[in-house]
Design a protein around this ligand. Structure first.
Ligand SMILES: NC(=O)c1ccc[n+]([C@@H]2O[C@H](COP(=O)([O-])OP(=O)(O)OC[C@H]3O[C@@H](n4cnc5c(N)ncnc54)[C@H](OP(=O)(O)O)[C@@H]3O)[C@@H](O)[C@H]2O)c1
Length: 316
C-alpha cells in the first residue's frame, strides 16, 4: 500500500511516498481502507521532531492521525463494527499512520459515519472538530450568557469553534486577518477583529471565555480582557498554563486551561448530529491527493489555511 513516510525528522524534504506492507489489525483493532485523511498542524510538528518526546525515534514513520474510510478487516475481539462499515478513524500521535491507503485503529477510536457527510468532511472531526467542542464545552463551560472571544477563528479549529459557540447561543468575537472577516461573519461571529490592526488584549470588552485556538497570545496578556471568573483556553500546553491548570490555579478566580483533544463517541455523535442538522458546516480550504502530502503540509505550515486541508486517497 502507498503511504506518506519519514525516515528522520526534518523539513518537508524528508517526506517520501512509499509502498509498504498493509498493517495487520490486533484483536481489538479494525483495518480501514482510507478515503480521506485530514492535515493538522501537529503533522508538520511531528515531521519537524517537535513532538519526539511522544513520537520517539523509531523510523520509518507513516504520518497522519485521523482519517475516514471503510473497514476492510476486523480483529477477533471487535464487536459492533463490521467489514464494509464507513467509519471515522483516530490513530492519534502515538500510533499515527493515517496518511496511507490502509490504517489500523483501535475499535474504540473508530466512529460510525452518518449518511450525508462526505469522507473529506468526516476526516476532520476527531482533531479540529473535537478540539473546538471540548475547549468551549468542557474547559470553557460555555452557556447562552457567555461572551466568547475566538482567536484564530478562520483556521481548522477556529471555524468549528465559531459555529459551536453559536449553537450554544453565545456572543462571539472572532479574530483573524481582514480578508477572512466575511468568513467569520458567515460562520456566526457577531464581531470580527483584524489582528494586524487591532490588539484584542487592549480592548475595553470583557470576555467569559478567551479561546486562543492558534495559541498566539498568553494567559497573562489575555487576563485583562477576561471577566472576573473568565476562562482562558489555549491549544498548546505551555508550562505557565499547566501550572495554573494543575497547580496554583485554584487560588485564582480567572482560570487558564490547555486543551488536549480526546476523541470519544459522545462528542463525535454530537458533532455528526450538528452537521446532519446543518448547524455546522466543515470548512474545507484545499484538498490534495495523498501523493501531494508534502505540498499539503507546506500549505498548512505557512499558517494561513482557511478551515481544513484534506488528503484524498484514490480507490484501488
Ligand atoms: N491540543 C490539542 O489537542 C490540539 C488539537 C488541535 C490543534 N491544536 C493546535 O491548535 C493550533 C491551531 O490549529 P488549527 O488547525 O486551527 O491551525 P490552522 O488551521 O493552521 O490555523 C490557521 C489560521 O490561523 C490564523 N492565524 C494565523 N496567525 C494568526 C494570529 N496571529 N492571530 C489570529 N489568527 C491567526 C490564520 O488566519 P489568517 O490567514 O487570517 O492570518 C489561519 O486561518 C495549532 O497550533 C495546533 O497544533 C492542538
Amino acid at each position: 500500500m502507498k503511504a506518506v513516510v519519514i525516515d528522520r525528522y526534518g523539513d518537508n524534504s524528508v517526506i517520501g511516498i512509499r509502498d509498504l506492507p498493509s498493517p495487520v489489525p490486533g484483536a481489538e483493532d479494525v483495518l480501514i481502507r482510507v478515503h480521506a485523511a485530514s492535515i493538522n498542524p501537529v503533522d508538520w510538528k511531528i515531521r519537524q521532531g517537535m513532538t519526539r518526546i511522544l513520537t520517539g525515534s523509531k523510523f520509518p514513520k507513516v504520518l497522519g492521525s485521523e482519517c475516514s474510510g471503510e473497514i476492510i478487516e476486523t480483529g477477533a475481539k471487535v464487536t459492533g463494527l463490521r467489514v464494509g462499515d464507513r467509519v471515522i478513524g483516530f490513530s492519534g500521535i502515538r500510533r499515527l499512520a493515517a496518511f496511507a491507503e490502509h490504517v489500523v485503529v483501535s475499535q474504540k477510536n473508530a466512529f460510525p459515519m452518518s449518511g450525508n457527510i462526505s469522507f473529506e468532511e468526516a476526516s476532520t472531526l476527531p482533531v479540529a472538530g473535537l478540539t473546538a467542542l471540548q475547549s468551549l464545552q468542557k474547559l470553557g463551560h460555555i452557556s447562552p450568557d457567555s461572551n466568547v472571544l475566538i482567536n484564530g477563528g478562520s483556521g481548522g479549529v477556529g471555524t468549528f469553534a465559531i459555529q459551536i459557540a453559536k449553537i450554544f447561543g453565545a456572543r462571539i468575537t472572532a479574530v483573524a486577518s481582514r480578508p477572512n472577516a466575511p468568513l467569520l461573519k458567515e460562520l456566526g461571529a457577531d464581531v470580527t477583529l483584524d489582528y494586524r490592526q487591532e490588539d484584542f488584549t487592549k480592548s475595553s470588552e470583557r470576555y467569559d471565555i478567551v479561546f486562543d485556538a492558534v495559541s498566539t497570545r498568553s494567559f497573562s496578556e489575555c487576563r485583562r480582557v477576561m471577566t472576573p471568573e473568565g476562562v482562558y483556553v489555549n491549544t498548546l500546553p505551555t508550562p505557565s498554563v499547566l501550572l495554573y491548570q494543575y497547580g496554583i490555579g485554584f487560588l485564582m478566580k480567572k482560570k487558564a486551561r490547555s486543551v488536549m483533544v480526546s476523541p470519544n463517541s459522545v462528542d463525535m455523535q454530537w458533532m455528526r448530529q450538528q452537521i446532519e442538522a446543518g448547524r455546522i458546516r466543515v470548512v474545507i480550504d484545499r484538498v490534495y491527493p495523498l501523493d501531494q502530502a508534502a505540498e499539503a503540509l507546506a500549505y498548512s505550515e505557512a499558517g494561513h489555511a482557511r478551515g481544513k486541508v484534506v488528503l484524498t486517497v484514490p480507490g484501488p
